[in-house]
Design a protein around this ligand. Structure first.
Ligand code: NAD
Length: 370
């Protein structure tokens, strides 16, 4: 059963290279340092040791086969000792935000993974690529599409691979949505309903509610998954969007969006209704096709994802360590000179959609996604 799931996953992974119509070539190669090619496990340095790094990525790096936690970059000196002893990180692999560029001399570090507030992604990805490191950038990729384009360009100039922390591309239920939709197993997909939100109960002063640090609220943080879900279920890129916003807590969400609704239009005629929120709980991805329907509930979580279809009943896939699979896949991309399926171009496409949604919120009109 496990073997069957694995080969099915590999098959689905191969299918997913063409997701969203992006011309990602399997044959697009990059020069690789001899040391990277020869290493058994590549060294990853996490930049930013907040909740996601400490709660998900560092533990996942204890399970990876092709990479390991080799270094850290932190602005908080107290974290250095704690992380060094917990994860056995040698002193020469510990950096702060100021001396970070000296990482270019460090052959222990092959990949830099930026896990900082969104406004810092652009700067740190560019610094890491210029320091000769391959890079993973957390979502959303940057504050806007223009920044994403600059990041992609600098990585290309420096022959470095760039990948986005889109863990769900490595999750079997989500991969099944890609297969069912893109292969039109239930016929042509007519519509996708996708929503992701939670009730924000965190620090009112946190970066997520500060527009200059986050770029936006629930849409940037949560809605991006619903946009991606629609794109990878349909396997095509939306061209127009119409959006509206609802705000009930004007004090807490004075700088960023609380709840946003949008309608995406795709070239095939398919439409996707989406919703994001920092003030309501929902988490689903539902597709309606000419010959049936298929859906995920708890679609975007780290675990506990469930799915079903109108014909096949419940989807029977195991839960996986999404982050471990995602990082291992990128390590293999680096070793094999291969573009990641969750490339910078994937991150850019989501930012183009988000930019257009924000334009529609301010114009009150249907906007082209450009
Ligand atoms: P967090 O607030 O827990 O951690 C942020 C880190 O950045 C902290 O270590 C903090 O010290 C550091 N930092 C540096 N400068 C800062 C500043 N000016 N203001 C605030 N913090 C600053 O955030 P997080 O939840 O770990 O999120 C980090 C990134 O990871 C974001 O891009 C987020 O969207 C992404 N993320 C992704 C997932 C996923 O499932 N892929 C899940 C959670 C977070």
């Amino acid at each position: 059963m496990k073997e069957c799931n694995t080969s099915r996953r590999n098959f689905l992974r191969n299918l997913s290279y063409g997701i969203g119509g992006l011309a990602i070539s399997d044959f697009f190669t990059f020069p690789v340092n001899a040391s990277e090619a020869g290493k058994k496990k590549l060294g990853i340095a996490l930049v930013g040791l907040g909740n996601y790094s400490s709660g998900q990525l560092a533990p996942a790096l204890q399970e990876t086969k092709h990479c390991y936690l080799a270094g850290i970059v932190t602005g908080t000196p107290e974290k250095e000792k704690i992380w060094a002893s917990k994860y056995d990180i040698v002193e020469r692999n510990i950096y702060n935000y100021e001396n970070f560029d000296a990482i270019n001399n460090n052959s222990d570090i092959d990949i830099v993974y930026v896990v900082l507030p969104v406004s810092m992604h652009h700067d740190f990805i560019i610094r890491a690529a210029r320091a000769g490191k391959h890079v993973i950038c957390e979502k959303p990729m940057a504050l806007n599409a223009r920044e994403c384009e600059e990041m992609i360009a600098v990585c290309k100039e420096n022959d470095r691979l760039l990948s986005i922390g889109y863990r769900l591309h490595f999750e079997p239920h989500n991969q099944e949505m890609m297969r069912l939709g893109q292969k039109q197993i239930f016929g042509k997909v007519l519509s996708v309903d996708a929503a992701n939100g939670f009730v924000y109960r965190g620090d009112p002063k946190a970066w997520r509610l500060n527009k200059s640090l986050s770029g936006g609220g629930g849409l940037m943080d949560m809605g991006i998954y619903a946009i991606q879900g629609a794109r990878y279920t349909l396997g095509e890129e939306p061209t127009f969007v119409t959006a509206r916003e609802q705000k009930t807590n004007h004090e807490l969400f004075k700088e960023v969006d609380e709840t946003v609704f949008w309608e995406l239009e795709f070239p095939s005629g398919a439409r996707s209704s989406g919703q994001s929120s920092y003030n309501a709980n929902f988490n689903y991805l539902k597709a309606q096709a000419t010959g049936g329907s298929f859906e995920l509930t708890s679609a975007y979580r780290y675990s506990g994802i469930e799915g079903r279809s109108s014909k096949g009943g419940d989807m029977a896939f195991s839960q996986v360590n999404q982050q471990a699979l995602q990082m291992d896949d990128f390590a293999l991309c680096v070793k094999n000179n291969k573009q990641s399926r969750v490339s910078g171009e994937e991150g850019l496409m989501d930012m183009k959609v988000i930019d257009a949604i924000y334009r529609s919120l301010s114009s009150g009109k249907r906007e082209q996604i450009i």
